[in-house]
Design a protein around this ligand. Structure first.
Ligand SMILES: *[C@@H]1O[C@H](CO)[C@@H](O)[C@H](O)[C@H]1NC(C)=O
Ligand SMILES: *[C@@H]1O[C@H](CO)[C@@H](O)[C@H](O)[C@H]1NC(C)=O
Ligand SMILES: *[C@@H]1O[C@H](CO)[C@@H](O)[C@H](O)[C@H]1NC(C)=O
Ligand SMILES: *[C@@H]1O[C@H](CO)[C@@H](O)[C@H](O)[C@H]1NC(C)=O
Ligand SMILES: *[C@@H]1O[C@H](CO)[C@@H](O)[C@H](O)[C@H]1NC(C)=O
Ligand SMILES: *[C@@H]1O[C@H](CO)[C@@H](O)[C@H](O)[C@H]1NC(C)=O
Ligand SMILES: *[C@@H]1O[C@H](CO)[C@@H](O)[C@H](O)[C@H]1NC(C)=O
Ligand SMILES: *[C@@H]1O[C@H](CO)[C@@H](O)[C@H](O)[C@H]1NC(C)=O
Length: 484
């Protein structure tokens, strides 16, 4: 695998095979954009990516401990911009984006071992009992934890063609449309260790979701999951009976905006609605001066987005995520000013970004808890954990790349019980909000990012944040569907 700064771990008993990981260091740049030219509160989708760095302690394979370090800048997708440019002419200006992040990978050499734990055959293990998402249990109980298990090759994947699903899939993520020639990343299925995973079948799923609304609210990784679901439900076909009902949610593209803040589609036969709303910080954004286009925007850490509050009662399934915008670069680029309790949160002293994110995640969960008893439907809310980045030997703008194409070099299995995303795990603990834990699972898939096959001709950079599709986000949806 080229491009990996591999540091061998010393210390003897790494008996294992496992692998991995990284440490990241980050740098932030100022991301100065003049985005937003137009209508607020609508930010454009400017993606920055988060950064979270995790140090994985490999010395005990059966209980990997991860410590989130401070979040810093990341670059998420500039690719979005790229797409913006390609799809619509934008008036918009500069292009100096991305904050940086350096991740060094610590890797344990060689995968020699035997993933013996669960009897080696890659066969679905029968269901036992469903747990609260396996957040806690520590022993080797046979509790169903969807995040614990292994990747297995499966010729029945993918669910749709990356060449055909043009209607819902952004071209920047459709790696079949790029120069990439290897597609082995499309052919894997996640097999939880102790859970029954019925095979996804689109018509039966749609029937089950008759008259229901599935909503995704979050950053561009949430958008990937939304697009994935649209492709899975249509098989990528051009002409399924699907209507664009964004207007019902006020999501038509505003004049001057590059794109709407979200999309909503409805399947005519079953009256199933699938919605995505872009809210990278899961906090409420409020322009401080509505008559000033260049105004700063209050980002209320303790208040969920107005869109979410407004339409909450109409949802049957809600999938939240945030993570890649919690850095100074993104804040400055978006002119977001953090507020808490209705007041500027940094007048006295700067707020630690990790704490700010934590406050928001807890606030959103608390708000959802307070609303659920009043909810007219049997709403199920999931908080999706952070999607890992895999920039090696640099960041997005310093030559960082993810060129490995060999699947599962770092192992195919997740054996830890808890989530690597401590913030989300702790925030949902004891609440009715479920964790959709995809972090450790996705961490094993460094080969499945868009990588250097971005559509930007000029910059020689890689997108090691977003995933090629079909691919990993489809698995997130399979895990979601299994738990709905
Ligand atoms: C890794 O785990 C071992 C034992 O589990 C512990 O002794 C060591 O301090 C840990 N290292 C770090 C960096 O957490
Ligand atoms: C390693 O993990 C196992 C299983 O979680 C645990 O029982 C054991 O105490 C851990 N060992 C160390 C050194 O942390
Ligand atoms: C914005 O785009 C429109 C249409 O492409 C163009 O006519 C206009 O001049 C542009 N404005 C600026 C400020 O570039
Ligand atoms: C791997 O597991 C198989 C089956 O459990 C066992 O027969 C074999 O000896 C193991 N190999 C190693 C290197 O442990
Ligand atoms: C479609 O589903 C919604 C609930 O999401 C329901 O209110 C509406 O009546 C349904 N429409 C039809 C035509 O059945
Ligand atoms: C709001 O912005 C307008 C236009 O820039 C400016 O004239 C006005 O003074 C601002 N209002 C406040 C309260 O700052
Ligand atoms: C996150 O916020 C919760 C609630 O305020 C607090 O209990 C917890 O300690 C915080 N966690 C971190 C890592 O700051
Ligand atoms: C882009 O990066 C690759 C790998 O780092 C390098 O081989 C190639 O020469 C670079 N191309 C340009 C135009 O800089």
């Amino acid at each position: 695998m080229k491009g990996g700064n591999i540091i061998k771990l010393r210390g003897g008993h790494l008996s294992i095979v496992l692998v991995v990981l990284m440490l990241a260091t980050i740098l932030l740049w100022a991301w100065d954009k003049s985005y937003f030219a137009s209508f607020l509160p609508v930010t454009r989708e400017q993606f920055m990516i988060p950064v979270s760095e995790y140090v994985v302690n490999v010395s005990n394979r059966s209980s990997i401990s991860t410590k989130p370090k401070e979040e810093m800048g990341k670059s998420e997708d500039e690719i979005a911009k790229l797409e913006d440019k390609m799809k619509e002419r934008s008036n918009n200006t500069d292009e100096k984006d991305q904050p940086g992040l350096l991740i060094q990978k610590k890797e344990q050499p060689g995968k020699s071992t035997n993933y013996s734990d669960a009897g080696s055959v890659s066969k679905p293990t029968p269901p036992l009992k469903e747990s609260e998402d396996g957040v806690t249990s520590s022993s080797s109980s046979k509790v169903c934890n969807y995040a614990k298990g292994r990747w297995v090759e499966d010729s029945r994947r993918p669910w749709y063609s990356g060449l055909q699903c043009k209607k819902w899939l952004s071209i920047m993520w459709a790696c079949r449309l790029t120069k990439r020639k290897d597609f082995s990343y499309e052919g894997y299925r996640w097999q939880p260790e102790n859970c029954y995973m019925p095979e996804f079948e689109r018509s039966s799923f749609l029937r089950r979701m008759q008259d229901k609304t599935i909503a995704f609210i979050g950053d561009s990784l949430g958008r990937q999951q939304f697009q994935s679901l649209m492709c899975m439900l249509t098989g990528g076909e051009e002409n399924p009976e699907v209507d664009d009902v964004g207007r019902e949610y006020g999501l038509a593209k505003a004049p001057g905006a590059l794109r709407p803040d979200g999309w909503v589609y409805r399947f005519r036969n079953t009256n199933t609605t699938i919605l995505y709303y872009w809210s990278a910080s899961l906090s409420d954004l409020e322009p401080l001066n509505r008559s000033d286009r260049a105004t700063n925007i209050a980002m209320h850490l303790d208040r969920p987005p107005a869109f979410m509050r407004k339409f909450f009662q109409q949802f049957d399934v809600l999938v939240l995520n945030t993570g890649h915008h919690w850095n100074r670069g993104k804040l400055e680029g978006n002119r977001w000013v953090m507020y808490a309790d209705g007041k500027p949160a940094e007048e006295k002293k700067p707020l630690d970004m990790g704490n700010a994110k934590n406050l928001t995640v807890y606030s959103v969960v608390r708000w959802v808890e307070s609303q659920l008893p009043l909810h007219p439907r049997n709403l199920k809310v999931f908080f999706r954990t952070i999607s890992p980045r895999h920039f090696f030997n640099g960041d997005w703008n310093t030559g960082g790349s993810c060129d490995n194409k060999i699947p599962l070099l770092g192992g195919n299995e997740v054996v830890q019980d808890g989530s690597t995303d401590i913030v989300v795990q702790n925030a949902v603990k004891g609440t009715k909000v479920k964790i959709l834990d995809i972090t450790a699972i996705s961490q094993l898939r460094d080969e499945a990012h868009v990588s250097r096959y971005t559509r930007r001709a000029i910059l020689n950079t890689s997108d090691c944040l977003h995933w090629c599709m079909p691919g990993v986000p489809d698995t997130w949806n399979e895990l979601l569907i299994a738990q709905i």
